[in-house]
Structure formats: structure tokens, C-alpha cells
Design a binder for this molecule. Structure first.
Ligand SMILES: C[S@@+](CC[C@H](N)C(=O)[O-])C[C@H]1O[C@@H](n2cnc3c(N)ncnc32)[C@H](O)[C@@H]1O
Length: 364
């Protein structure tokens, strides 16, 4: 499965629509700068055309990330004064568009090259707040050390979730190593006793691997952070430092090609997980993945954790895109735990989650 690029003129109206929807999404996610750029960009054919060279499904943020990447590289341009990652006192985001447009047209070829060669693989360690509850449960059921395989691992920061500290119950109790670089706070309601399981092997599969030791790859990942979210960007940098020094087996390419072999080479107990990844897959690919789990479980037990937006919650997401105000604590996804054994799908636990606030609510 290849990442789809926008094909050209026929897609431009769809790209403009993504800018319009992006205005509300970025405002909600905490980026007034990107919200302003998306609003003005929607009616600017030159910017829509440029963004159309990027990944289908992510046109505005792909272009904004590419601009951010060039500025983080030290390019001397007045546009930098609108980016909180580049200046202590950023200029008002409402004034940013003319400078953004001029930057895009002046650097058209470099930006087009970035759009055609790099993917938006947004990831941040804060997402591990949603991973700790299901992995606590899986470790209780499957035993330890738990061997992990992540589908769509991006920079691998979810594969080292056990190296961060957490306060997730709202009672001040902290779990995680004493030397953790940061503490992630969230709100987990119900579910299993939370703990950091002992981890065995770690395998990361991604269409495009990110090398946390490469300056360019690191800068690209930092550029995917919204420029207002300085804490998130700082934690991502620290997390990539940990990934760089951790023994992880990396497999590049479509997970559907790699998973059967990766599972065969991973001892029990094993847990495969995916977060913000299958949401981009067509239904046929998701069904093929399910079948792979079923086949691989004929002689063993395999646990699977999914942290993805669900169809049931899709209407909430659409409401946000249409401009409806939405509380960050409202559910935006689901956490599922599935056990495959003897070719049967034996168990499913589904909790609601909000990626933004780190809230996970388990069924009572
Ligand atoms: C939005 S990122 C999420 C990264 C991480 N799982 C997280 O939650 O922070 C989605 C990742 O899935 C990867 N991906 C998408 N489809 C894939 C496939 N078929 N096989 C492997 N990786 C895939 C993308 O390259 C990207 O790095």
C-alpha cells in the first residue's frame, strides 16, 4: 500500500475543502497560526495547487509542516516571527498569511520536493497515556516480559512508552521509572490497575521509517508538531533521544507485507498495537489485517490493541470539522483490546478515549 499523493487539477477542490475544514480542526487542536493560514489558503488557488502535491488526506498540514521544517533549519525569513517555536514573542497569527504566501511562492520548488518526498507522520509521546491502560490489561492477561510490535510506528516514540512517567488517575499517584524525562498527565476512568509492564522485544513497522539519530529526520518530526505546542515538541525531542538508544527492530514497508513474518519471529507473549494508523487504511486492507491475525493465532495467542477513531465517533469528528465547538475531553477515538486464539476472535474490550486530553473511559 503506497501513500496516495494528490493527483493534480481534479483534486484541487478537495484540497481547498481540506483547508476550509482545517481552519476549525487546527483551532481546536491549539494552533491559531495554522487555523489562520488554512482559512486564507482555502481561497488562494496558488497555495491550494502547491499543497495538492502532498499526501492525499493531509494537504494543509503537509504544506505547513514543510514550511515549518525549512524555517526550523535556520532559513532567515521574516515568516519565522509568527512561529512560537522560533521566536519568544510571536507576531499575531491573523497577520501571517501574506508572509506565508510569499514564502511558499519563493520556495515553491523546495516545498514541492518536500511534499513529494516526505510524509506527515505526526506522533507524540503524549499518546502513550492511551496506551498504558490497555497494555496494563494485556500484561495481566498475557504475562511478561511482553513483546511488542507496533504497526505504523513513525518515530517509534510509542514503542518506548515504558520509559516515561504517568499520572493518570487524578490522585497524584505516579507510575514509571524515576529517571523518566517527563511525566504525562491524563485521566483514566475505570479499567485495570495501571502499571508499566516489563517489555521484552520491540518491533516497529512503518511505510517510512524515521531515524531518530538523523538530524534531518528529527527536524522533520519536530516540524510536524503544531508550532504553539512547545511542550509537546520538547517531549517529542526527548522521546526521540530515548528511541535512539533503545534496541528496536525496524521494518520498513507496508505492515500487511511484514506482519506475518514479524509475528513468526516474535516469541510469546506478544501484543501488536496501532494508534492513529488504521484510520488511513481502506476497509479491504483492514479486513486483510484481521485475517492475518486470525491465521497467525491458529497455534498461539495474540493480543491486539487499537487506538483509532471509530465510525461510531465519526459524527463527533465531522461536527468539529464543520465548525461546531467541541470539548477536548470529549471522546475522539476508541481503545480496543482483542485476543486472537485458535483462529477465533475471543474477546474485545472497547474504551472511549480523547487523544487531546489523555482521557480514557472504560465501560462499567
Ligand atoms: C499518524 S502516524 C501515527 C504514529 C503513531 N502510531 C502515533 O500514534 O503517534 C501514522 C503512521 O502510520 C504509518 N502507516 C500508514 N499506513 C501504513 C501501512 N500500511 N504500513 C505501515 N505503516 C503505515 C505512517 O507512515 C505513519 O508513520
Amino acid at each position: 500500500m503506497n501513500i496516495q499523493r494528490n493527483a493534480g487539477a481534479a483534486d484541487l477542490e478537495r484540497v481547498a475543502g481540506a483547508f476550509r475544514a482545517g481552519e476549525h480542526v487546527y483551532a481546536r487542536e491549539g494552533s491559531p497560526l495554522y487555523a489562520n493560514l488554512a482559512r486564507a489558503g482555502a481561497d488562494d488557488p496558488a497555495i491550494v495547487e502547491l499543497a495538492g502535491h502532498g499526501m492525499a488526506g493531509a494537504p494543509p498540514v503537509h504544506l505547513f509542516t514543510s514550511v515549518h521544517f525549512m524555517l526550523l533549519g535556520g532559513l532567515d525569513d521574516p515568516l519565522a516571527r509568527f512561529f512560537p517555536t522560533l521566536t519568544e514573542n510571536p507576531a499575531p497569527p491573523e497577520d501571517a498569511y501574506p508572509g506565508f504566501r510569499r514564502f511558499c511562492l519563493r520556495h515553491y520548488d523546495e516545498l514541492k520536493h518536500l511534499l513529494q518526498t516526505r510524509s506527515v507522520q505526526m506522533t507524540y509521546p503524549d499518546r502513550c497515556r492511551n496506551l498504558v491502560p490497555p497494555l496494563s490489561l494485556v500484561a495481566d492477561l498475557a504475562g511478561e516480559p511482553l513483546n511488542l510490535i507496533e504497526i505504523g510506528c513513525s518515530a517509534g516514540v510509542l514503542l518506548v512508552f515504558d520509559r516515561y512517567a504517568y499520572e493518570l488517575r487524578g490522585d497524584g499517584e505516579r507510575i514509571g521509572p524515576a529517571d523518566a524525562p517527563f511525566v504525562l498527565q491524563g485521566r483514566v476512568v475505570g479499567g485495570p490497575a495501571l502499571r508499566i509492564p516489563q517489555i521484552g522485544r520491540r518491533t516497529g513497522i512503518d511505510l517510512n521509517l524515521i531515524d531518530p539519530r538523523s538530524g534531518e529526520d528529527r527536524r522533520w518530526m519536530l516540524a510536524t508538531c503544531f508550532p504553539e505546542l512547545l511542550g509537546q515538541q520538547a517531549r517529542l525531542a526527548q522521546a526521540m533521544d530515548i528511541v535512539a538508544e533503545t534496541d528496536i527492530r525496524w521494518l520498513e514497508g507496508d505492515a500487511l507485507l511484514h506482519l506475518p513474518q514479524a509475528l513468526a519471529e516474535t516469541p510469546d507473549p506478544v501484543c501488536v498495537y496501532h494508534s492513529a494508523c488504521l484510520m488511513y487504511w481502506p476497509a479491504g486492507a483492514r479486513a486483510a489485517l484481521r485475517q492475518q491475525f486470525i491465521e497467525a493465532s491458529r497455534a498461539r495467542t495474540i493480543y491486539r490493541v487499537g487506538i483509532e477513531p471509530s465510525e461510531r465517533l465519526d459524527s463527533v469528528m465531522r461536527g468539529a470539522a464543520d465548525g461546531e465547538a467541541r470539548d477536548a475531553a470529549l471522546p475522539s477515538g476508541e481503545v480496543s483490546v482483542t485476543r486472537y486464539r485458535d483462529g477465533r476472535v475471543d474477546m474485545q474490550v472497547v474504551a472511549e478515549s480523547s487523544v487531546t486530553s489523555g482521557t480514557v473511559t472504560w465501560p462499567t
